[in-house]
Structure formats: structure tokens, C-alpha cells
Design a binder for this molecule. Sequence first.
Ligand SMILES: [Zn+2]
Length: 85
Amino acid sequence: MNRTSLNYGTFVPAEQQIQLQPEYTSGSMAAETVLHELLHAIFAVATVQVKQGEEHIVSVVATYLAQIIRDNPEFVIWLQRTVGR
Ligand SMILES: [Zn+2]
């Protein structure tokens, strides 16, 4: 979902897909939007719920993030290049 009523990006659980705009006003906006939706995707895939508590959620999210970073080196490079623009 979105931080505001503006539709920066969306995670569509049924399609296991993060949908983004073709362009963003800045690289940091693009990177933050991708990370925001990525975390929604992790919460959905890992079936994380707020009631499970911070420590459990952080452990699960850290495991998924490590996997994503391991499996997607091009994404990590894109993130590093884009976030500073
Ligand atoms: Zn959101």
C-alpha cells in the first residue's frame, strides 16, 4: 500500500508483484518506494503480523532481506546507484 494517497507503488499479493511508476522525481524516491513495497511483500509472503511482536518480526524480515540481497546482486547494485540520485 501507499504512504499517502499518491500512488507511489503497490504490492499486489495475488500476483506476487511490486508495481511501480515508470519514473520518480528522484532516485531516493524510487529506492524508498521499492524498499517500502519490498517490505510489504516480505510481510505478506512471511505472513508477518504486528501482533507477533517486534523481535519476531525483525528476525523474520532480516532473514528475508538477507535472502533477497543474496539472490539479487543486480538489485543491490541498482539500489546503491539509485538511492544517491
Ligand atoms: Zn505501504
